[in-house]
Design a binder for this molecule. Structure first.
Ligand code: GDP
Ligand code: MG
Length: 439
């Protein structure tokens, strides 16, 4: 999706002046890109119609920056279709707040339940109880128990011989007694929606009256995820959706359609198998991600979670003020290094994934060591004022770090580009997006 949109927009941007037929072409590309990404046909139709209407209203053709205007409108419309604002989890006035996970087999219910419990523990110091309500596969109970152990949360199970409804009933009793503030119910899935499963889930619902019934869907299944969401929503009163496996072959398509088709908010996205890989779903960030602007804010949030919060806030401020220097660059490299798998992270940095200017800036561990060597060979003054890095200083740095002069030059150039992009993105400034969307 992203690539196709970027191409269309890139083409538009190379033209100074834009004609109506250019706009039509872009609209056609957008339509195709969405359909290709498995977005529901009706959703695409409405989307294109709305963008066109806004584009006409905003007098795009008469503006000085028609291409940017269109990007902005597409971005806003994507955000709107996905629900505008993040929707938080419900919290019941009386404890416990009850959250029930539903979805097809393999969608990620059990994993997400563990992630969610950990999030609640970390963010609210919650004391969740996990209920093992999937009695059809013994392995499912073991899996939940292993997760419970890993995140240090108790798991209630009665094995596979008791009905899920009875397990939930007893589990809730235990939660009352132990004064758990959250109860998370894991349920069974099937390969397809079937009536027996639905009836069982309805029975559990009638007994437990969950505050949240979260439908877990696999983003990689595209259009099918949307069908599943529709089916579950018609039978159970789901309160929200968790879109999992967005770390894989990211089909933004499902995110776009699900909200439109079910009217229910996507509340979280799963971005990996680890227990910390669950993020709040922000429609505007997803829109930017789809448009290829990267997901800087999520990255910053990750940094804040995983490391020094104060440092991350400072970094954000520096990006805003455009006073990001080589010391920060070094800091950031070190933080990024600590943050885990490079591939995941790089994809979130604006422009890293698709920007040709940065294509050869694929960071691996060794390269980080080289970058560090170069920065450490700079004087403190050079690190703070990169502008003074003239050729003779660069030669000295190359000698000191043992890196070729071309590499030093390239790195400084990349630093400049990164700095410029960061500053633009932190200001939410679409006019500065040439570096990302152009080329
Ligand atoms: P359930 O049958 O719905 O309970 O699904 P599980 O929670 O057992 O997950 C099925 C598989 O998907 C497991 O191997 C999980 O590790 C994996 N999985 C779940 N969520 C994610 C995610 O966000 N990203 C990735 N890459 N894998 C996930
Ligand atoms: Mg499961």
């Amino acid at each position: 999706l992203t690539e196709r949109l970027q191409q269309a927009i890139g083409k538009l941007k190379r033209k100074g002046k834009v004609s109506e037929s250019d706009v039509n072409e872009v609209m056609r590309e957008i339509r195709l890109a969405l359909l290709e990404a498995d977005v529901n046909f009706q959703v695409v139709k409405d989307f294109v119609k709305d963008v066109r209407k806004k584009a006409t209203g905003a007098k795009v053709l008469e503006s000085l920056t028609p291409a940017q205007q269109i990007v902005k409108i597409v971005n806003e419309q994507l955000t709107e279709v996905m629900g505008q604002e993040a929707v938080p989890l419900q919290k019941s006035e009386k404890i416990p707040t009850i959250i029930m996970m539903v979805g097809l087999q393999g969608a990620g219910k059990t994993t997400t339940l563990g992630k969610l419990a950990l999030k609640l523990k970390n963010e609210q110091h919650a004391r969740p109880l996990l209920i093992a309500g999937d009695v059809y596969r013994p392995a499912a109970i073991d899996q939940l128990q292993a997760l419970g152990q890993q995140i240090e949360a108790p798991v209630f199970s009665l094995g596979t011989d008791v009905s899920p409804v009875e397990i939930v009933r007893q589990g809730l009793e235990l939660a009352q007694e132990k004064k758990n503030d959250y109860v998370l119910i894991d349920t069974a899935g099937r390969l397809q929606i079937d009536q027996k499963l639905m009836d069982e889930l309805k029975q559990i619902t009638q007994l437990a009256h969950p505050d949240e019934t979260l439908l877990t869907v696999d983003a990689m299944t595209g259009q099918n995820a949307v069908e599943v969401a529709k089916g579950f929503n018609e039978q159970l009163n789901i309160t929200g959706v968790v879109l999992t496996k967005l770390d894989g072959d990211t089909r933004g398509g499902a995110a776009l359609s699900i909200r439109a088709v079910t009217g229910k908010p996507i509340k979280f996205i799963g971005q990996g198998e680890k227990m910390t890989d669950l993020d709040v779903f922000y429609p505007d960030r997803m829109a930017s991600r789809i448009l290829g602007m990267g997901d800087m804010l999520t990255l910053i949030e990750k940094a804040q979670q995983d490391f020094d919060e104060k440092k991350a806030a400072e970094m954000q401020e520096k990006m805003r003020e455009n006073s990001f220097d080589f010391n920060d660059f070094l800091d950031q490299m070190e933080q990024v290094q600590k943050m885990g798998p490079m591939d995941d992270l790089m994809k979130m940095i604006p422009g890293m994934a698709n920007n040709p200017a940065l294509k050869n800036f694929q960071i691996d561990e060794k390269q980080i060591a080289h970058i560090k060597a170069v920065v450490l060979s700079m004087t403190p003054q050079e690190r703070e004022q990169p502008d003074i890095l003239n050729p003779s200083r660069r030669r000295r740095i190359a000698g000191g770090s043992g890196r070729p002069i071309q590499e030093v030059n390239r790195m400084i150039k990349q630093f400049d580009q990164m700095k410029k992009m960061m500053s633009n993105i932190s200001k939410g400034n679409l006019n500065g997006m040439e570096g990302l969307l152009g080329n």
